[in-house]
Design a binder for this molecule. Sequence first.
Ligand code: NAD
Length: 470
Amino acid sequence: MIERAFTMTVGGSPVHTAESIEVIDPATEAVLAEAPRATEMDLESAIAAARDAFPGWRSRGLDDRRAAVRAIAVVLRDNRDELAALLTSEQGKPFALARGEIDRAAMWADGVADLEWEERVAEDTEQHRVRVRRVPLGVVGAIVPWNFPVTLAVWKIAPALLTGNTVVLKPSPMTPLTGLRLGELLRDVLPAGVLNVITGGDELGPWMTSHPGFDKIAFTGSSATGKRVMASASEHLTRVTLELGGNDAAVVLPDVDVAEIAPTLYWACFSNSSQYCLATKRLYVHDDVYDDLARALRDYGLSVRIGNGMAEGVQLGPIQNRTQFDKVQGYIEQSREAGHRFVLETPIEEPSGYFIGPVIVDDPPADAPIVTEEPFGPIVPMLRFTDVDAVIDAVNSSPYGLGGSVWSADTEAATAIAERIESGVVWVNEIHALSPQFPMGGRKESGIGRENGIEGLLEYTATQALAVRK
Ligand code: NAD
């Protein structure tokens, strides 16, 4: 158990609460720490602090705000090991990957700070001149899930602050510690009230989305919750960006090099124990290479080390929480009861913790829940195909449209298929390459709006057409 008290950050000051929430280490199921449980009054204070800080922050020069966002990157790097250890303890991911997440978040802050956008002149006639300006919205509520608690927080904080907004960040109650610690570390770096961090129970998110004090809610989480967020935010017509669930497909054509591609596809499916919105959740494999790839995935999968993320050499950690663990076990049981065969079942040796070894299901029916739903855990269906048009129809039949990938020795043919996939991001012969420079987000029930790139950045602004009579 971590003995230190974690505090919320409101108006640049630490805030303790009378009640707390227990944070569980998913690798041991032991209580790791207590986190503050915000009251409605705490939320009011955080919004008021962000509101008070807004005019000063908005009127700072852009170069100042760029420097502040870069300073976040410095803080992340300077405290990388401490933050990574906290992240592994509360989230479960292997320590090396936790360090990678902190580094990536720092790289993101730097990358966002470098983004350039310009106002444009829409009309310039004898009568008048119309400038199209981008102005900050005001106070942004940032709501973050438990799978990438640091990266997904920085994806919101950096563009919101750069464009002149102030922020109230709410980490997930499952993984509150890294967000709280980041708030503590940034108290001396950012002006008071520019970034506030509050944590609480399941009641805090709905309080935020229905509160008239927010000008925008930037939300990442499940599609079911995203719909509730949008319904709630509609009361005050609060702007939303919704980054939601996915059921991404990988389409593997018959000309691939099976030995080379198997480890890549394994990690496409199972990295972060598949708790990744952009994880490959359906593997469509051409009949010509299906059996060879199944064998290669099985052999590779059995060589992967699963265990406590703090142990040396571990490649996959536990499922992050009990609810998710039960849900994923439910999918495995359902498949077993339906008589599906398994290409891969991975044994677990840990005595406790929410561990589930990756499972690949052998060609289940197209309407099996494991094909049509998002388990958000390490069970993936491998589906045999022969006809490309039929497979594209199958891929696009999902209500989700987040990411996807196509794999082939023929880049041109693969690209032609990728262009027909109805999703916000599609990769050809690579996967999970993301950057601050290009937009990412979903179509259909995978979300509304984009994060990253100029498109994502501008979602933190309002368009103002300023017409001046000559
Ligand atoms: P979740 O929807 O349960 O929770 C996400 C956040 O919303 C948490 O902070 C939670 O406390 C808060 N919340 C819960 N109910 C709320 C409500 N009614 N109103 C406002 N806030 C509420 O999601 P999760 O289980 O933490 O994360 C997993 C899901 O997130 C998966 O579906 C995954 O695909 C998705 N995800 C999407 C992206 C993306 O960029 N598209 C990235 C990561 C995760």
